[in-house]
Design a protein around this ligand. Sequence first.
Ligand code: GDP
Ligand code: GDP
Length: 441
Amino acid sequence: MLKNTIAIVGRPNVGKSTLFNRLVGQRKAIMDNESGVTRDRHYGHGEWTGKYFTVIDTGGYVHNSDDIFEGEINKQVKLAIDEADVVLFMVDADSGMHGLDEEFANTLRRYIGKKPIYLVANKADTHARAHASGEFYALGLGDAEIFPISSQNGAGTGDLLDAVVAHFDDPWEEEPESGLPKIAVVGRPNVGKSSLVNLLLGEERTIVTDIAGTTRDSISTRYTAFGNDFLLVDTAGLRRKAKVSEDIEFYSNMRSLRALEECDVCIVMLDATRSIEAQDVNIIALADKNRKGIVILVNKWDLIENKETNTAKEFEAKIMEKIAPIAYPPVLFVSVLNKQRVHKAIETAIEVVANKRRKIPTSQLNDVMLKVIEKYPPPIQKGKLVRIKYATQLPTHNPVFAFFCNLPQYVGASYTRYLENRMRENFDFSGVPIGIVFRKK
Ligand code: GDP
Ligand code: GDP
C-alpha cells in the first residue's frame, strides 16, 4: 500500500523549499512541536486532483550550505527513499549542472527501479531555460523524464503533479476491506496517548504478535483487550518516549502521520484541562480528509473539579463548534489514570470501524431515501428541475452513496448536506465520514 508521500532531494539553493511551499500551500505543518521552539516546517500536506499527499523537504534535515559532503547527501537520499513513495530530484535550470548534482545522481542511481524518481529542473521560468534543461539527461538516471518547472511561478508543476499522483491511492477507489480493525491513537504531546497504550498493554491483554508495517517505524500490535480483537497501529513509537531533538521530533511526527494513514479509526485524544486548539482541529480535519473513522477522547476528566450535569455537554459543544462542519465523531470523557470509560472508548472505536464497513442494501437505501427526497426535493436552481431517480452505495472502502439523477451538476451543497443528515438519521454512520455524489442517469 502506498502512503502518498513525496520527498524532494537536491543540493542547497535549487529551490526545494520553494516547491515544498507551493505544494503544501499556506497550510501549516499539522503537528507543531509543543514547545514552539523548533516548529517543524519540513513536511506538510497537499492535494492534487482529489488525491492527498505528504511532502517532505529532506533538505531541511541536513546541513544546508554549499559545502555539503557525501555523508549529508547519503543521509538526505536515505531519508527520502525510506519515507517516500516518489522522489523528486531537483536541479537548477538557471545555473545549470553542478558537481553536487552528479553526486546526488550517483547516490540515487542505486534506487532506480525501486522507487519512482523524477528529475525536476527548477527555475525554468522561461521557455529557453526549459529547453536548456535537456542537459541534465547527462546525469544518467535511467529513463527518468525531466520535468522543467518554475517553483516560483508555478509553470510545469501541474504536469509534474499529474505524473506523481498517478502513483498514489485514490481515497474513493475500490479496495478490499480486510481483517481486524486498525486503531491509532493520535494527539498532541502529553494528552495521555502513551498512558492509554500502556494501559492496554498492561491489562487484560494478550499481545499476539508484532506485525511490521511498511516502514521501520511503523508497527502494529494485535490485542485482545476488553473482549475485542484489534490492531493498534504504531504502539512502538508511543511506548518508547522520544528524546527531544529535531530529528526525533520529525520522526515522531512522521509516525503519527503514518499511524493516521494506516488506521481504520483514529482515537484523537484531547486534554480536559486545555481547550481544543488549532493543532487538534488540524488532526481531526486531516483524519476526515483521509476518510478515517474518528473517536474523540477527552482525557484527564478526573482533573475537572465540580463537574455538573452540563459540564461534559458544554465541553462537547465547544469541540463541535471548533471542528464544524465535521459533526459526526463521538466524544467520550475518560480518565486513563483512573481507568474510567477506557473500555467504552475501545468499544466505541470498534463500533466506528463497523460503521465504516457498513453496506446498505440498495432496496433499503431507496425505501428510505426516496421518501426523504419526495418530502423535500432538490430546489429549482437556475430554472432547472433535478429529478433523483434512485441511489446506491458504491463498492468503495468508505461509505459513498451515489444518487442518480438527470442534472447532477445542479444539485447544491445545502441539498447534499440535507441528504447526508437524513442518511445519518436513518443509518448508523457515527464516527465515519460519508460521501454523497451525484451521477447522471
Ligand atoms: P533550497 O535550498 O533547495 O530549499 O532552495 P530555496 O527554496 O531556498 O530556493 C533558493 C533560491 O532560489 C531562493 O532565492 C528562491 O527564491 C529561488 N528560487 C526557487 N525557485 C525558483 C524558481 O522557480 N525560479 C527562480 N528564478 N528562482 C527560484
Ligand atoms: P503522551 O505524550 O500523549 O503520550 O502523554 P502521556 O501518556 O505521557 O501522559 C502525559 C502525562 O499525563 C503523564 O504525566 C500522565 O501520567 C498524565 N495522564 C495521562 N492520563 C491521565 C489522566 O487520565 N488523568 C490525569 N490526571 N493525568 C493523566
